[in-house]
Design a protein around this ligand. Sequence first.
Ligand code: CA
Length: 433
Amino acid sequence: MLLNATHDPALRSWVQSAQNPGCDFPIQNLPHGVFRRRGQDERFRGGVAIGSQILDLAAASETGAFSPALAAVMQAAQAPTLNGLMAMGPPAWRQLRGELSRVLRAGAAEQGQLASCLVAQADAEFALPASVGDYTDFFTSWHHMLNAGRIFQPDAPPLPNFRWLPIAYHGRSSTVDVSGAPVGRPHGQTRLPGNSAPSFGPTQRLDYEFELAAWIGPGNARGSRIAVDEAEAHVFGFSILNDWSARDVQAWEAMPLGPFLAKNFLTSVSPWIVTLEALAPYRCPLPRTADDPPTLPHLQSTQPAELQGLDIQLQASLLTARGGAEEFPLSRSSFGHCYWSVAQMVAHHTEGGCALRPGDLLGTGTQSGPGDSELGCLLELTRGGQRPVLLANGEQRLYLEDGDTVCLRAWCERSGSARIGFGDCRGTVISGG
Ligand code: CA
């Protein structure tokens, strides 16, 4: 029911690089982003990734290649922010995806018109794909909760509310930026163990957090709720998100109200938004066992259980100043371990009447799996800074050093479906001001 002709793994594009093995952007993907040619004094506009290229939707809409019935949605998809496209909802998104799939298909009559509307991704720079009004960060990985709990509050039992509701806090939208933004080492108050007074200075425990970003589509009126079964119609798609964290600041400030300055100096997102429709072949069950409490009715989806989760592969690696271009693997996991679905996050977010708006950003929370190689941040990988991560060139890390680059990648692959990817989300640490 969720699959249609745009997911057909046999589809090929006239953009040859879309067929390259391991390519993140085959014709079955078609993610949206906002770009311009690097170094050019031109405006940012919407585009769609295909192979190693971007289809410039502003240029493409002038060729007459697209059906006139799509004029409004094409207008929204080529804008410098995609909030208008996000507001239009699934019927418009589906129509646009169908048309993009048609004109980019091998043998399409539109090839001649559209070939000149391609820009190489290597020659592009990206902007945030939407103007982010509000940013909310969830805490939905059972394994991350257990691991972080053992480090920050070793004597406390697992959080009693975790399996009843998707825990979250309100983040800061002013410091959400696109992949590539420099990560200035933040200053803050920290208190070393054994000291009674804190001191102020650059964080000594700078960390990353591997999350996914869900981009909100149509919003809801204040005072109304989004039912869990309606919630997916309010989700435009997903990017990779890095919720950079200063652990020493966090440990000192977070009780009782939660993270504040430890998280709000930068949140990075990857430039491409993979639509929920593109992810249809990669549904999976949510991880539930007989020990889990029953989900309360207002968070209980009537969707078949095997379709409620998303099996998205997550891979983190580190590049260092000394290691050059070499990528040192840090972890490899799947979003399929996430305890709560994005539909449940949206339903929970609005159950008291809070309004979501198009372009709002939901971070899923750090995603960790059960294994030692599936941990989504250095806090977990180093057991709270106790056990260094060893890199293949002999370097080791407890936390990030100046000059380090964190690279987060995500993709989906499954037998019988085309592999699709998210690209990457990167940031390089520089000394703070
Ligand atoms: Ca987080």
